[in-house]
Design a protein around this ligand. Structure first.
Ligand code: 3PG
Length: 211
């Protein structure tokens, strides 16, 4: 099992919404060509499980995971399809336990100290802070790091090439999540070159700041 730190090492986790599983492999290749070797395929569409399976089979260099995991069944389906990590918008104890049983890392979503304390009880050290920009962004993350110095965050929601700069500068940020380099619109329009270019720009920004 890869650790979540290894999985998120490139600093950017694209949140990918695929309506057609046929687009999964070209999307994964475009992200990789832009320097991003991790992708979160969200269970917001019926194509999620098949998309994960295609990427796991066809693009082995891509660390593919499942996002928007809101049920235990989705966690099982995702791992059966080849997901190497799970991301949830919230903190559900059953899903956190299931991830442990399935032997995959999970990044639960939090906004409050109470949710963080639930995750800590189960050994979670890396949390998704979602929806980041709507809930105070970096200012709130800094405040949460006071009582919880041992944890790190993956802020997601409203992050873009411009505001990612401040997040990248903060050592408590493991990576940022977002769809600005791979929107559903870009995928549906077949704009894989644009996905590659925006991914390359995000990668360059991360490297400029983190080295
Ligand atoms: C998520 O589910 O993490 C967000 O919807 C991604 O947010 P963004 O589309 O604002 O980047």
């Amino acid at each position: 099992m890869l650790s979540i730190e290894e999985i998120s090492a490139c600093g950017i986790i694209p949140v990918v919404v695929l309506n057609d599983a046929e687009d999964a492999v070209p999307t994964a290749r475009a992200l990789l060509a832009g320097g991003i070797d991790v992708m979160e395929i969200t269970f917001r569409t019926a194509a999620a499980q098949a998309s994960i399976a295609w990427v796991a089979a066809e693009v082995p260099e891509m660390k593919v995971g499942a996002g928007t995991v809101v049920t235990v069944e989705q966690a099982r389906d995702a791992v059966a399809a080849g997901a190497k990590f799970l991301v949830s918008p919230g903190s559900d104890l059953d899903i956190i336990r299931e991830a442990a049983a399935l032997d995959v890392p999970i990044v639960p979503g939090v906004l409050t100290p109470c949710e963080i304390m639930i995750g800590l009880k189960f050994g979670v050290k890396l949390f998704k802070f979602f929806p980041a920009e709507s809930y105070g962004g970096l200012k709130t993350i800094k405040a949460l790091c006071g009582p919880f110095p041992q944890i790190k965050f993956i802020p997601t929601g409203g992050i873009n090439q411009e505001n990612a700069v401040e997040y990248f500068k903060n050592p408590k940020i493991q990576a940022v999540g977002g769809s600005w380099m791979v929107s559903a619109k870009m995928i549906e329009a077949g704009e894989f070159d644009a996905i590659k270019e925006k991914s390359a720009a995000a990668t360059a920004l991360y490297k400029e700041i983190r080295g």
